[in-house]
Design a protein around this ligand. Structure first.
Ligand code: FAD
Ligand code: EPU
Length: 342
């Protein structure tokens, strides 16, 4: 007899509390994984859904445009563990269902350096590698050490190290070649016991000074938290999924042409060209603060689309398509959604 616990599947489950856009949609079937011992049962059943299986962490990077006609699996495994250390580094592992910011603050409190700039990003540990989350001059990949995953096709457990993940700006192998093929179970970060702070983002030193503090892992975390609260809407108060679009990367030649017409456009050097501030372009097109029914564009950050209450996913998506069209007409640049549209 199999000693592994079974998963409990609920029919017709409301997902409103489980996506930060607050979309009032249902999953045909829903289950939660609270312990890895439930994986054999999950993996045994998964074949029946013919690919219609969605893993969900905090639901902060998804837009549901309809009910989900398959199985939604919410990852709720918990645990933070120091797995190894030497004089310079400490290796800290978080289980997939652990809240990202709780994990960051666990490290910040112990003065382990590397994640402080990523304070207050919503979502869970298990989703952080999917789009290689980033903010304030730092990306998850900078301290990523390895992750544990299980293949949904073969049930085989596999470790992925950094060079196998193809991390890029808001991208990884799990968003592209291996999309939907692996369930991420835990992620291990290599953090520094001799932190080198990254205060390249001008607002951080200014905020630390305004707080009357000196630069440290803790003060950077507090500054980032404060800056984020002043700009980004709290999903508990206003439905959103952070930046709806990625900042587009264009060739240096195209950038020079755009800059000739729009000398003020904020832009940053990128590996393969120049990254443009999509929020600035959307604002220039007149969308900032726009509202149609309950779908809108945040008044303090034009890159963030918001649900004032009862907007549907299709209303948000249709607004996104209008924004894409107008940015293309004005700047000749195609915006690409960052949010996973379902
Ligand atoms: P979910 O939305 O639940 O899932 C995202 C994707 O990952 C889905 O495709 C899902 O199927 C897949 N997935 C989830 N868990 C697993 C798993 N265990 N294994 C395999 N696949 C999985 N992002 C940034 O990068 N930087 C920011 O500064 C930032 N700011 C934000 C601010 C706000 C207010 C909000 C609402 C969002 C912001 N985001 C930001 C986006 C979001 O927080 C991140 O993308 C986060 O990593 C999503 O985590 P989640 O657990 O909510 O993922
Ligand atoms: N800007 C405007 N108008 C706006 C918004 C922005 O002019 O309405 C200008 C700003 O003045 C600034 C530039 O655009 O000159 C960049 O703005 P900001 O610093 O707010 O950052 P962003 O490029 O809009 C990115 C990430 C955020 C991340 C912040 C901080 C993307 C798609 N977004 O936003 O990530 O928190 O930088 O590092 O890369 C997310 O991915 O969900 C997210 C919130």
């Amino acid at each position: 007899m199999d000693s592994n616990p079974a998963i409990t599947i609920v029919q017709n489950f409301n997902l409103k509390q489980f996506n930060t856009f607050g979309m009032d949609v249902r999953a045909r079937e829903y289950t939660e994984i609270i312990d890895e011992s439930q994986l054999p049962d999950l993996l045994r059943r998964i074949g029946r859904y013919d690919g219609k299986v969605l893993f969900l962490g905090g639901g902060s990077n998804v837009l549901f445009t309809s009910d989900y006609e398959g199985l939604v699996v919410r990852m709720a495994t918990k645990g933070i563990e120091i797995v190894d250390q030497d004089d310079t580094y400490v290796y800290v592992r978080g289980m997939a269902g652990e809240n990202w910011d709780d994990f960051v603050q666990f490290c910040v409190e112990r003065n382990y350096g590397g994640l402080e700039n990523l304070s207050l990003i919503p979502g869970n540990i298990g989703s952080s590698p999917i789009q290689n989350i980033g903010a304030y001059g730092v990306e998850m990949k900078d301290t990523f050490y390895m992750l544990d995953a299980v293949s949904l096709r073969t049930g085989e457990f596999r470790e992925f190290f950094s060079d196998e993940c193809s991390f890029g700006y808001r991208s990884s192998v799990f968003k592209h070649e291996l999309k939907g093929q692996y369930l991420i179970l835990s992620v291990t970060f290599r953090l520094s016991k001799r932190p080198e702070l990254n205060t390249s983002y001008g607002a951080i030193p200014a905020e630390i000074e305004a707080m009357g503090e000196v630069p440290s892992v803790r003060s950077v975390a507090r500054a980032v938290t404060s800056i984020r609260r002043s700009k980004l809407p709290d999903p508990l108060e206003l439905g959103n999924a952070g930046s709806f679009f990625k900042n587009p990367v264009v060739s240096n030649q195209q950038f020079n042409e755009i800059r000739t017409a729009y000398p003020d456009i904020p832009a940053y050097a990128a590996d393969n060209g120049t990254k443009l501030a999509a929020g600035w372009m959307i604002e220039q097109c007149g969308w900032k603060g726009y509202r149609d029914g309950d779908a809108g564009v945040h008044a303090r950050q034009a890159l963030v689309l918001v649900n004032f209450g009862k907007a549907t996913g299709n209303q948000i998506y249709s607004l996104a398509l209008q924004i894409i069209d107008s940015v293309r007409s004005k700047f000749g640049v195609d915006l690409e959604p960052e949010v996973n549209i379902l």
